[in-house]
Design a protein around this ligand. Structure first.
Ligand code: AMP
Length: 138
């Protein structure tokens, strides 16, 4: 399986399609998921190409997991949630749809279940959650 440089997250990295960015450093980018399964659902990706955890280098994995922890902590603080699910899928049979390594950060509230995948979120609401997560980073 090879890396397709025209996948949607590669286009986000190149600025060819819009995204609601939360955090970035030299090696990673965090931005909001447009079909959020929980309020504040966001994604963390490496800036360099790899399909998923199977072909990623130890350096890519280390950078992405460090940013994932940072964003998960920021979501807890900024959104005031009770917990965070961190998810990551490898290849289509496992549920992967976008073939650029990404970790899902899903803020969880007591007694509130995840929504089913595939439903577009409200952009104003998503921007509001992004603002709170950014505040949690500070
Ligand atoms: P998966 O590959 O199944 O781990 O998930 C891909 C995720 O990317 C899904 O949660 C989608 O809602 C999300 N997604 C797809 N396109 C975009 C986009 N343009 N901006 C932000 N998130 C996206």
């Amino acid at each position: 399986m090879s890396y397709d440089p025209d996948n949607v997250f590669a286009k986000i990295l190149r600025g060819e399609i819009p995204s609601t960015r939360i955090y970035e450093d030299e090696a990673t980018l965090a931005f909001m998921d447009i079909m959020p399964r929980t309020d504040g659902h966001c994604l963390v990706i490496p800036k360099t190409p790899c399909r998923n955890a199977l072909d990623a280098s130890p350096e890519q994995l280390a950078a992405v997991i460090a940013t994932t922890q940072k964003v998960a902590r920021a979501a807890m603080a900024g959104l005031g949630v009770d917990g965070v699910v961190i998810e990551q899928y490898n290849e289509a049979p496992a549920g992967q749809e976008v073939f650029h390594l990404h970790f899902h950060v899903l803020p969880m509230r007591e007694g509130v279940r995840m929504r089913p995948p595939g439903k577009m979120g409200d952009f104003t609401e998503i921007a509001g959650y992004a603002e709170k997560i950014r505040a949690g980073l500070a």
